[in-house]
Write a protein that binds this ligand. Structure first.
Ligand code: CP
Length: 308
């Protein structure tokens, strides 16, 4: 029985501020566990989790697997490239066959927005969304906000700018939902063609000027251009994107304050972010990755109903 308000973590849109706070409190405890010599607790030793990745991943797949192993769950990994989905099996049949082997929970990344919602109507097991196309990436938003909170304290009133390809980014949408639930102000910045028209209806400000946005914000969360999701050309070239929107050390040095620089990865150095920004004292990019394991431990633990 989930200790969150939802049975599944399909997205941030439908969870509550209280859910987010509980995930952060639980992640803080697990982060302490991860500093120990033996980085493992027996909390999920009676649970079997299947990681189903129908789309490429480095950070999220490894982070979930580590989180599950740190919680002592049994883990199976599924990669679409070597599975029978290639022979025409449906998603629902594939998952039901895996669940027939007494699997309790599904962590899934899928290229189709809404794939997790569809699945949730056909299976009993709990589902964690590890990214669904251009829709949501809830655990990324949770680890991002948790990392920001470590740097800035309470996020209420803090100014968070999200730079880049907002149109194709599930990270942007989940970040917007999460940060707004925590009371932060959110501004997006990028070329007009990569900012969806509906974005202002979410209460988000829009800027097309990277330097002005850096001057406004406490945190710059920099996203990559998702060429693999672009059916047409939305920008003339990556070179021109870099000239107009690439974040440079010179831009950061010109500010009269220190801001926090973040990136969910994978990073394209020299396009949306220069190397000396990614590796600067402003950057918490590797802390984000570290926090991802504790956040995912917390999500799995609470969904499994293991909290006190
Ligand atoms: N941030 C993120 O989702 O990275 P991966 O695609 O490597 O999982």
């Amino acid at each position: 029985m989930s200790l969150l308000s939802q049975k599944h973590l399909l997205g941030i849109e439908h969870i509550t501020k209280e859910d987010i706070k509980l995930i952060f409190e639980t992640a803080t405890e697990f982060k302490e566990v991860l500093q120990r010599k033996i980085k493992k607790v027996p909390s999920l030793r009676d649970i079997t989790i299947a990681n189903l990745f129908f789309e490429n991943s480095t950070r999220t797949r490894i982070s979930f697997e580590l989180a599950e192993k740190r919680l002592s769950a049994d883990v199976i990994n599924f990669s679409a490239a070597s599975s029978s989905t290639k022979k025409g099996e449906t998603l629902i049949d594939t998952v039901n066959n895996i669940l027939a082997m007494k699997v309790d929970m599904i962590v899934m990344r899928h290229p189709n927005p809404g794939a997790h919602l569809l699945l949730s109507k056909h299976i009993d097991a709990q589902i964690v969304n590890a990214g669904d196309g251009t829709h949501e990436h809830p655990t990324q938003a949770l680890l991002d906000a948790f990392s920001m909170q470590e740097q800035l304290g309470d996020l209420k009133g803090k100014k968070i700018a999200i730079f880049g390809d907002i149109k194709h980014s599930r990270v942007a949408l989940s970040n917007i939902y999460c940060l707004q639930k925590l009371g932060a102000k959110v501004k997006v910045c990028g070329p007009p063609t990569l900012i969806p028209k509906y974005i202002e209806s979410l209460g988000v400000e829009v800027s097309y000027n990277a330097q002005e946005t850096l001057e406004w914000c406490d945190v710059a969360n920099i996203l990559r251009i998702q060429l693999e999701r672009q059916d047409i050309k939305y920008i003339p070239s990556l070179r021109e994107y870099n000239i107009a929107f690439g974040i440079t050390k010179k831009m950061l040095d010109s500010l009269d304050k220190k801001i926090v620089v973040m990136h969910p990865g994978p990073m394209n150095r020299g396009v949306e972010i220069e190397s000396d920004v990614a590796d600067s004292e402003h950057s918490i990019i590797l802390q984000q990755v570290e926090n991802g394991v504790a956040i995912r431990m917390a999500v799995l633990y609470l969904l499994a109903g293991k909290g006190s």
